[in-house]
Write a protein that binds this ligand. Structure first.
Ligand code: PLP
Length: 492
C-alpha cells in the first residue's frame, strides 16, 4: 500500500473494508471502544493524529497492526525527507504538539455555519460567549478612559503589567479574601486565555496529569494537552446541580497528578460552587498536595443572591492561581484584558514562578491600552449588576431560556446560577441520538441555529449541547421554537 500519511492509509483501509466513518465508530463500539465522531473525522481528514490508544483501536477495527498506522503517521510526516526539494511542492505540516488538541467552540460545526453564511444564510449563533454582537456595550466610562489614555500606552509595560492595573487587581483580591497577595503576585494577560496557556506551559512535563472538570471550558483541556500534560477529566454531576463529584476526583488522582482545575462559576453549566463544595475541593487538594488553578472569569455574573467565593480565600496553605478578567463582567471581550493572581504557599512554587516569569517576559507584556482600564473597571458603579437582577437582560434571558427549554418534550436543563450559558440534556432514547456533533450539524442545516455539542466541552456522552443565552428574548424565543419544531420529528 502506498503510504502518504495516516489520512490516506485510513481512507484506503476503510474503502477496502467498505466502512464509512460512522461504520468505523459503530464497529469500534461493538468491540467495546468509544471513538468520537469529531476525532475520527479529524483523523481521516488528516487534521489530527491519534494518540497511541486510539491508534490501537483503529488498527483493531481495520484489522491491521497498530504499527502500520504508526508508520503511516511517520510516512506523512517524513514525506519528502531525503528527496530533492521542489519549490512549492512540500507540505507545511502542523506540529505534533497539536495532535489531540481540540477546541470545538470554534470547531467543525462553526466552520459549517461560516460556510453557510458565505452562501447567504443568516445563522443565529448560540455558540460563543461574546457579549458585544448581542447589543451588550462596554460601560461608557471604560471606553472614555481607554480613549483618554491611549497616547500614554504606546510603549511596552513591565511584563507583569502596569502598576496601577496590578494594584487594583491586588486590592480586588483582598476584597475577595485571597490572602498574602502582593503586587508581585499579579500578572496581567491578553485575556485569561493567554494566561491559561502560559500557566500550563510553565507547569507540565510529558505525562504530568491535571484534573480538569467535565464538562469544561475546553481551553483548559487543550492547553494541558498542548503543554505535553495529560488532562484527566473529573465528572461534574448534573443530578447534584453540576457540582464536582468528589469521589470521582479522588479515584482519578495518581502520583503524576500535579494540579486541580476548577471553573467557578462554570462554563458551560452556569453552576456556582457553595462554600461546602469548595471546602471539599480544598480538602482534596490539601490531602494530595495539588496546586489549585481556579478560573473565576464569571465571578461578577452570579444571580439569585448566590455569593461567589474564591477558593483561594479558603486555602491559605495551598498554592493557588486565580484567574479573572474584563471580557464578561465588562462586556469587553475584544479588548483582551485578563489577569491571574498567585496566593498561598508560594515558597513551594518558587521554581514554577521562575518559569511563569520567564514566559511572561518572553511575551513582553499584555496589551497596554487594555491594562489602562483595569483600575476604572474594577471599582465604582458596576453596570453588570443591572443585568443580573430581575428586569436585567441576563437575568430575564436566563429565566426565559431555562423555562422554554424545559418545556420542550425530551429536553431538560439545570437552572444556571451565573454566566450566560445553559447546558441542556437531550433524551437520547427518544431522539435516538448517538452522535451529538451530528445533532448540532442537523440542527444547523435545518434551522440555521448554531450550538456547540457537549463533546466540545469534553463531555463524554452524546446527550448535551450548550446554548449561549446572550441574544434578546425575541431571538431566543424564535430559536427555542425552531428547536422544538426540529425535535418534534428528529430521530437520528
Ligand atoms: N475562562 C472561561 C471559563 C471562559 O468561558 C472564557 C471565555 O469564554 C475564558 C476563560 C477566556 O476569556 P478571555 O476573554 O479572558 O480570554
Amino acid at each position: 500500500m502506498e503510504s502518504t500519511g495516516l489520512s490516506d492509509t485510513l481512507r484506503q483501509l476503510m474503502e477496502a473494508r467498505g466502512l464509512t466513518q460512522a461504520g468505523l465508530i459503530q464497529q469500534a463500539a461493538a468491540m467495546g471502544y468509544s471513538l468520537g465522531k469529531s476525532q475520527v473525522s479529524q483523523y481521516v481528514s488528516g487534521k489530527v493524529l491519534p494518540r497511541r490508544d486510539a491508534m490501537e483501536v483503529l488498527a483493531q477495527v481495520l484489522g491491521v497492526e497498530a504499527d502500520v498506522l504508526a508508520a503511516a503517521c511517520e510516512g506523512g510526516r517524513d514525506e519528502g525527507r531525503g528527496q530533492e526539494r521542489t519549490a512549492g511542492m512540500g507540505q507545511i505540516k502542523k506540529s505534533r504538539k497539536l495532535d489531540n488538541v481540540l477546541y470545538d467552540v470554534r470547531g467543525p460545526v462553526v466552520e459549517e455555519a461560516e460556510r453557510m453564511e458565505r452562501a447567504g444564510a443568516s445563522i443565529l449563533k448560540l455558540n460563543i460567549g461574546n457579549p458585544a454582537p448581542f447589543g451588550f456595550r462596554a460601560p461608557d466610562e471604560v471606553v472614555f478612559d481607554m480613549a483618554d489614555q491611549l497616547v500614554d500606552c504606546e510603549g511596552y509595560s513591565s511584563s507583569k503589567g502596569l502598576f496601577s492595573a496590578r494594584k487594583a487587581i491586588m486590592q480586588y483580591s483582598q476584597i475577595k479574601g485571597i490572602p498574602s497577595v502582593t503586587i508581585d503576585d499579579v500578572y496581567t494577560g491578553n485575556g485569561v486565555s493567554e494566561l491559561i496557556n502560559l500557566c500550563m506551559s510553565a507547569l507540565l512535563d510529558s505525562g504530568d496529569e491535571v484534573l480538569v472538570p467535565s464538562p469544561d471550558y475546553p481551553l483548559w483541556t487543550a492547553c494541558v494537552t498542548l503543554a505535553g500534560g495529560t488532562p484527566v477529566h473529573y465528572v461534574c454531576d448534573e443530578e447534584a446541580g453540576w457540582y464536582p463529584d468528589m469521589d470521582d476526583i479522588r479515584s482519578k488522582i495518581t502520583r503524576r497528578t500535579k494540579a486541580l482545575v476548577i471553573i467557578n462559576p462554570n462554563n458551560p453549566t452556569g453552576a456556582v460552587y457553595p462554600r461546602e463544595v469548595l471546602q471539599q475541593l480544598v480538602d482534596i487538594a490539601r490531602e494530595f498536595d495539588l496546586a489549585v488553578f481556579s478560573d473565576e472569569i464569571y465571578d461578577r455574573l452570579c444571580m439569585d443572591g448566590c455569593e461567589h467565593i474564591s477558593i483561594a480565600s479558603m486555602a491559605p496553605d495551598l498554592f493557588c492561581v486565580t484567574f479573572s478578567g474584563l471580557s464578561k463582567s465588562h462586556m469587553v471581550a475584544g479588548y483582551r484584558v485578563g489577569w491571574m493572581v498567585l496566593s498561598g504557599n508560594k515558597a513551594r512554587a518558587r521554581d514554577y514562578i521562575l518559569g511563569l516569569n520567564m514566559l511572561c517576559n518572553m511575551r513582553m507584556c499584555s496589551n497596554v491600552p487594555g491594562q489602562s482600564i483595569v483600575q476604572t473597571s474594577l471599582w465604582g458603579h458596576q453596570s453588570v449588576n443591572d443585568y443580573i437582577v430581575p428586569g436585567g437582560r441576563i437575568y430575564d434571558q436566563r429565566n426565559f431560556v431555562y423555562e422554554a427549554l424545559n418545556a420542550i418534550p425530551g429536553v431538560s436543563a439545570v437552572k444556571p446560577s451565573a454566566a450566560f450559558y445553559i447546558f441542556p440534556k437531550l433524551d437520547v432514547r427518544r431522539f435516538n441520538i448517538t452522535d451529538d456533533e451530528r445533532f448540532a450539524f442537523d440542527l444547523l442545516h435545518e434551522t440555521k441555529i448554531l450550538v456547540v455539542p457537549g463533546r466540545g466541552f469534553n463531555w463524554a456522552k452524546p446527550d448535551h449541547f450548550r446554548v449561549v443565552y446572550l441574544p434578546r428574548i425575541e431571538d431566543l424565543s424564535v430559536a427555542v421554537r425552531k428547536l422544538e419544531a426540529f425535535l418534534a420529528h428528529y430521530r437520528q
